[in-house]
Ligand binder design. Structure first.
Ligand SMILES: O=c1ccn([C@@H]2O[C@H](COP(=O)(O)OP(=O)(O)O[C@H]3O[C@H](CO)[C@@H](O)[C@H](O)[C@H]3O)[C@@H](O)[C@H]2O)c(=O)[nH]1
Ligand SMILES: O=C(O)[C@H](O)COP(=O)(O)O
Length: 261
């Protein structure tokens, strides 16, 4: 069992790519969360006004000049939070709450997933979200790939393995670095945090977000998710073979670049 962590507060991290329409409300809700004294928006190479709107709404903003994907945005946000943590030590590092930029007012509901981590009852919580008002256009293929891969690697069955709204203690997060690339991040994080002996639970949370449709754009998005979840699982399987493991990440980056995303 990993060390129980008593964190020194909460840093909210919001990866955001072209979220100008929704980011202000999400930031406002995040700033009002109990215990949150830092809200960081990582503008992941947006081509719209995401960064300036987030700043105006009261967030700290870190910008990627070019788009690097959600996982890289999460790592950038966590690195900024670590710098700010030096001011709260020795109270301990802040726990990290990752939320999507499109949650808007519903981000207030994430208080339910923060509580178990701040209370030291869980090391990572994952939001279990209700059916959304608009139905999504997926067939469940990516979800099944992720769920099965997590189960095979850890024995634990996730209900919503792709849910990215998560609260995590700093030691558990650091144990999972470097994060899996792009959309593989949730799958990799769950496997690595459990593998390091930390406690993971799913917690119901009334969140509302933009669902991915069934149009071409939506299907391309799912293809990218499938690729990245697959790469995250393969990378973890390759760990038992050192020679393969060393070359995996550079090769995975090339695959992602060639396929786009
Ligand atoms: O290159 C990118 C693309 C997206 N985002 C942000 O990442 C978040 C999630 O992106 P979204 O387009 O909403 O993806 P969805 O497919 O709707 O997201 C679901 O599936 C993802 C995993 O595939 C999880 O990360 C999400 O939490 C989960 O809601 C949003 O804040 C985006 O602005 C980035 O930071 N960089
Ligand atoms: O729409 C979704 O839930 C995600 O994009 C995953 O797609 P899937 O339904 O094909 O697993």
């Amino acid at each position: 069992m990993a060390d129980v962590n008593v964190p020194g507060g909460l840093a909210v991290i919001i990866p955001a790519k072209d979220e100008a329409e929704r980011i202000a409300k999400t930031v406002e809700a995040a700033l009002a969360l109990p215990g949150a004294d830092v809200v960081i928006v990582v503008d992941d190479g947006s081509s719209d006004a995401t960064a300036s709107i987030a700043l105006k709404a009261g967030a700290q903003v870190v910008s990627h000049e070019v788009n690097q994907g959600k996982a890289a945005a999460m790592e950038t946000g966590a690195a900024r939070a670590a710098v700010l943590d030096s001011a709260v030590l020795p109270a301990g590092p802040r726990a990290l709450l990752f939320i999507d930029a499109d949650l808007q007012e519903s981000a207030a509901a994430t208080a339910t997933i923060v509580e178990p981590v701040l209370a030291g009852e869980a090391d990572m919580t994952i939001a279990l979200i209700p059916p959304q008002a608009t139905a999504g256009g997926g067939s469940g293929r990516v979800v099944r790939l992720s769920r099965k891969g997590i189960r095979q690697a850890t024995g634990w069955t996730a209900t919503q393995p792709l849910s990215g709204t998560r609260c995590i203690s700093r030691p558990a997060f650091d144990a999972a670095l470097p994060l899996a690339l792009g959309w593989g991040v949730e799958t990799g994080l769950t496997i690595d945090v459990l593998g390091a002996g930390y406690r993971v639970i799913e917690v119901p949370c009334e969140l509302h977000h933009r669902v991915t449709g069934a149009d071409l754009r939506g299907q391309l998005h799912r293809a990218g998710q499938y690729r990245d979840v697959g790469l995250a699982l393969l990378e973890r399987r390759a760990r038992s073979i050192p020679a393969l493991s060393r070359g995996f990440r550079p090769a995975a980056k090339v695959v992602r670049k060639v396929l786009g995303g």
